[in-house]
Design a protein around this ligand. Sequence first.
Ligand SMILES: Nc1ncnc2c1ncn2[C@@H]1O[C@H](COP(=O)(O)OP(=O)(O)OP(=O)(O)O)[C@@H](O)[C@H]1O
Length: 269
Amino acid sequence: MLRLDKLTRRFGDTTAVHAASLDIPDGQMVGIIGRSGAGKSTLLRLLNRLVDPSEGHITYGDTDVAALKGRELRAWRSDCAMIFQQFNLVGRLDVLTNVLTGRLHEMPPWRAMAQVFTPRERAFAIRALDRLGMAHTALQRAETLSGGQQQRVAIARALVQEPRILLADEPIASLDPLNARIVMDALRDINRRDGITVICNLHTLDTARQYCDRIIGMQAGRIVFDGTPDLLTTQMAREIYGAEADAAFDETATSTALAPSAARQRVPA
Ligand SMILES: Nc1ncnc2c1ncn2[C@@H]1O[C@H](COP(=O)(O)OP(=O)(O)OP(=O)(O)O)[C@@H](O)[C@H]1O
């Protein structure tokens, strides 16, 4: 269980996250929604300690996450894999090497520096790529892939970290509807089959409703909604998004060819 207790982060006069308290059980798929600047990215970055809290606590089981340092902090970061809107692959490196960088934390420093990987590590990375339908691109430079393909490689890199939690910061914001659906299907498959907690910032409401067990709505740094998708009324969603409501409601980021029910059937439980 991941527990946030009155978690706060200030940047100068701006309170990006204000006294956020949440319990997230292992294996949940959580969507965080809110207008631009609501604090969604800061909340995710607090969880893997890319950003430190100004106040409050983060605990995972018995671990005081906010107090971790050095090797323990590095171990926590590998437990919390993160994917980003812009994929963050190294374009000039081949796909397989990009995925293998997800294992660097497990290697002795000399091997990490020299990027010398064992056959077992390579096989593991290929299996992760294969799961995302990307094994055939293993020897291609990452920069030659489309955005949707790059995001699938980024997910494979996250998977080889063998994380307990997968944080996804607007993972589909740069993708067309078909690729957005492929990426969200992959995240849900990882959540359902591997039991990995997935916490995902999402811009569009339909995607959060379609894929997440639980939706957290943020407004000006505060959590203003926390519940299952069916509890999120249109009126509440409009309040969360404010002036961005029409865009968030109109954009159907993932619902292209398939109706939500059909999409759901594609992923084994
Ligand atoms: N490093 C920083 N320095 C100063 N202010 C910051 C920093 N990071 C975030 N903020 C501010 O904190 C607030 C919340 O930002 P955050 O990026 O978390 O929002 P968001 O909901 O993820 O927005 P978006 O959807 O546009 O990414 C904003 O007012 C932002 O300007």
